[in-house]
Ligand binder design. Structure first.
Ligand code: GAL
Length: 813
């Protein structure tokens, strides 16, 4: 190990010895360092060679992580990845990084920590093999200490990523080192990764008692140490501390724990997600050997067969959405600001729950959920032992599932936003291999019990038969239903005494801005059956956004939403999905390459049903009117409003009242059927007790005239790799969005080091690469995603022949 190398060994001459000694002394008191290791990796896509000890030759390029190479590939109809993975190829990719150790590593242990590599990674340091990890979503680390070169000499990390065998996923997984990488330097006596667990033992208004459980690694000889834990309040004050002495910390792993009490605790809640911080220090002879900060929250919750979900003494509904891990045009390459953008949009819609379907999420996503106040259902597996695809996780199940799941639980168990462990999604064991259907839930629950024990478990079932051993498993705490909304009301009779959560719902379909001129209530089930190929639909692979198209296993949005809000015994529901995602273009296949399920499209533009949820789930006054108002004279158009805080809505066409309806107690929307189209302005006005609440209008757009650019945020933080999301709207000379405009827009970016990362428009059949500078508008809109380089001004421009160009400025901080 590095720390065992004597200083004399390192030093050939006395002068060097002096420097080494000086360095060793300055770092002696240094505790843990976690260095961001994302920058400067060489990459090559190459299935034909091994690059472990071979020199890099032609064809390597330098990039910064996180990186997803699949998102750079062209869409290919015959890609072996298939429709599930968005017709984007996998392959074998190599990454290499050369680095010189910082002086602070002398005498310390050194680890490389990956937060996620999809998939089948193998890692070498200086030609020495460190290990292989098939799972593409769980983080892992390797100790490098023994194989590192002495200070000043270059070390080489090599990572092989094998995502060649396809298909291996039902949804887009991306390929590569797509999450953060850190170099962790810590003392021979230090806290083990994932070993810290803060548990609330008691909580009432006046006092909280928390247990701080620790795992301490000691790769030195026996030694005395002191463990000092300080708890910091949400306001940043030390509110409690505890010191324990370990007279003889033996070599190897030692578990210890401290009970610490907090007076007048401040609770974590959905609207007020206050977090505490535990600062744990390991001390010896006045030196800090290790120092680690762990955030945690104090909250009391239970699930109840009658009341559903109770948080801090209040009955609540989990109003959740399912999210896949891809970030649309960015693919899987994780970016905190892109994840924050998604979560903010969901919060503004009124969602308070996230299901990380169907795999462990990026750690930073959980941090964001902690600080924004979401109730997270964290899921580990889409596949157990029974396969869904020829090369999916079933191949690794026997050897890896215990380790993967335990690592997941240990990684995430301190997050206050995490409330439920979901052990699996629609496992094949519901139908086949009956014995496994019983034993797997038991084995996975046992892992949660032993490593957590403070949160309930569930499993997402889509087979409702009582012969389903997974559904009937007594090993889990909550019965989870995917879909089957017609059986939600009768759950208390069907599963007497059990607690109920809708793990997945809805799967309704829509293209943003697309309205088929069929009656609003003409419900369409696409496909007709899950097992019969679909050859219907619209020729251009679009789907009408009136909330009247859905899958046979799902429902329209309104139906599931209404049921959730009606029945107390339903603890919550996670809608499939908050955002469109790459792959799974149900009901279509090629050329469609991304999903239609999202409440928000792939580019981040809300579809109409966003406002349905917002009207029910928030206290914001909502009055949303659809469709657009560009039709042909003589067309009969159903007009729909989503609204709240009102008992009546009036409709005006060019100032003339053409409709007046009272709220329907059974519905959240109102429909004005068959309105005779006439160009101009259609306006809705909502009233409560005769008082006007809000008005909202749509206007007939004239010819496309100009591109209007709007930045979601006026600034971006360069160091944090914040992205700027720029909306491009095709408007007429009066500023009205032209709903059917689809010109090709060419984006430009000026600014020191700034660059255009991706463009998108939410169109599921658009095959230009996401990195392309030019993008057609889709129903009048497109998106540009920009990254800053240096502080200063970034100017984004957009042009298209025949249109006045757009320009917007963003400040890079
Ligand atoms: C569910 C499944 C999801 C997604 C969805 C589409 O059955 O859990 O992953 O495939 O169907 O409707």
């Amino acid at each position: 190990m590095l720390y065992l190398f004597s200083i004399v060994q390192y030093s050939r001459i006395w002068g060097t010895l002096y420097i080494w000694l000086a360095m060793a002394l300055t770092v002696a008191g240094q505790s843990r360092q976690e260095l961001n290791f994302n920058r400067g990796w060489w990459f090559k896509l190459d299935s034909s060679r091994q690059y472990v000890s071979e020199k890099r030759g032609e064809g390597w390029r330098l990039l910064d992580l996180p990186h997803d190479w699949s998102i750079e590939q062209p869409f290919r109809q015959h890609s072996p990845a298939g429709s599930g993975a968005a017709y984007l190829d996998g392959g074998i990719g190599w990454y290499q990084k050369s680095f010189v150790l910082p002086a602070s590593a002398v005498g310390q242990r050194v680890f490389i920590a990956f937060e996620g590599i999809y998939q089948n990674s193998e890692v070498w340091i200086n030609g020495h093999f460190l290990g292989r990890r098939p799972n593409g979503y769980i983080g892992f680390e390797y100790e490098l200490s023994a194989y590192l070169h002495k200070l000043g000499r270059e070390n080489v990390l090599t990572v092989k990523v094998n995502n060649k065998e396809q298909p291996n996923s039902r949804f887009y997984s991306g390929s590569g080192i797509y999450r953060d990488v850190k170099l962790v330097i810590r003392n021979p006596v230090s806290l083990a990764t994932g070993g810290t667990f803060i548990k609330t033992l008691h909580l009432d208004e006046s006092r909280a008692l928390v247990n701080v459980g620790l795992e301490i690694e000691n790769t030195k000889g026996d030694a005395p140490i002191t463990v000092l834990t300080e708890l910091i309040s949400p306001q940043g004050k030390v509110v409690a501390s505890k010191q324990s002495r370990l007279n003889k910390l033996r070599a190897g792993m030692t578990r210890c724990s401290q009970d610490v009490s907090i007076d007048r605790p401040i609770l974590w809640d959905i609207e007020s997600p206050h977090q505490y911080k535990a600062v744990v220090q390991l001390l010896a002879n006045g030196r800090v050997l290790d120092r680690q900060e762990t955030k945690f929250g104090l909250r009391q919750f239970s699930f109840d067969e009658k009341q559903g979900f109770v948080l801090n003494g209040r009955q609540r509904k989990i109003r959740g959405v399912c999210l896949h891990s891809d970030l649309g045009a960015l693919g899987m390459a994780f970016n905190r600001s892109a994840a924050l953008r998604q979560l903010r949009l969901m919060k503004q819609m009124g969602a308070n729950g996230i299901r990380t379907s169907h795999n462990p999420a990026a750690p930073a996503l959980l941090d964001l959920c902690d600080s924004l106040g979401f109730v997270v259902m964290s899921e580990t597996f889409d596949v157990w032992k029974g396969q869904k695809n020829p090369f999916d996780y079933h191949l690794y199940w026997d050897q890896w599932h215990q380790r993967d799941f335990a690592d997941h639980v240990k990684r995430d168990r301190n997050h206050p936003s995490l409330f439920i462990w979901c052990l699996g999604n629609e496992a094949q064991e519901q139908w086949h291999a009956r014995a496994d259907g019983k034993t797997i839930p038991m084995a996975l629950s046992a892992i949660v019990d032993s490593l957590d024990g403070t949160r309930p478990t569930t499993i997402a079932n889509n087979e409702m038969s009582k012969d389903n051993p997974v559904l009937m498993s007594t090993a889990v705490d909550l019965v989870g239903y995917n879909y089957n909304h017609k059986k939600w009301a009768s759950f208390p009779q069907d599963h007497s005494g059990k607690k109920f959560i809708v793990t997945e719902s809805t799967s309704a379909l829509a293209s943003r801005g697309q309205y088929d001129l069929v009656p609003y209530d003409s419900v369409r089930m696409w496909p007709e059956r899950w097992d019969i190929p679909f050859d219907g639909g619209n020729n251009d692979k679009s789907i009408s956004a009136y909330d009247h198209v859905f899958t046979p296993w799902g429902s329209d949005h309104h139906t599931s939403l209404k049921l959730l809000e009606t029945y107390d015994h339903i603890a919550g529901m996670y809608v499939w999905t908050g955002f469109d995602y790459l792959g799974e273009p149900t009901p279509y296949t090629w050329p469609a390459r991304s999903s239609y399920f999202g409440i928000v499209d792939l580019a981040g533009f809300p579809k109409d049903v966003y406002y349905l949820y917002q009207s029910v789930w928030t206290k914001e006054p909502v009055l949303h009117l659809l469709p657009h108002w560009n039709w042909q004279q003589g067309d009969r158009v159903d007009v729909v409003v989503y609204f709240n805080q009102a008992d009546r809505v009036e409709l005006y066409l060019n100032g003339k009242k053409i409709g007046d309806q009272a709220k329907n107690a059974d519905r959240y929307d109102l429909v004005f059927k068959g309105i005779a189209y006439e160009a101009g302005t259609l306006e809705a006005v909502s009233y409560r007790h005769g008082q006007k609440v809000r008005s909202s209008s749509v206007r007939t757009a004239a010819e496309p005239y100009q591109i209007k650019l709007i930045a979601e945020s006026p600034t971006l933080d360069v160091d944090a790799k914040e992205l700027s999301f720029i909306h491009a709207y095709i408007v007429d000379q009066f500023g009205t969005l032209v709903p059917e405009a689809s010109p090709e827009i060419e984006f430009g970016v000026e600014g020191d080091g700034a660059n255009l990362v991706a463009t998108d428009n939410g169109n599921t059949v658009d095959h230009s690469r996401f990195q392309s500078r030019s993008r057609r508008a889709f129903h009048g809109k497109a998106l540009a995603i920009v990254m800053g380089g240096k502080p200063g001004s970034i100017v984004v421009t957009a042009k298209s022949p025949g249109l006045h160009p757009g320009r917007v400025e963003v400040r890079a901080r």
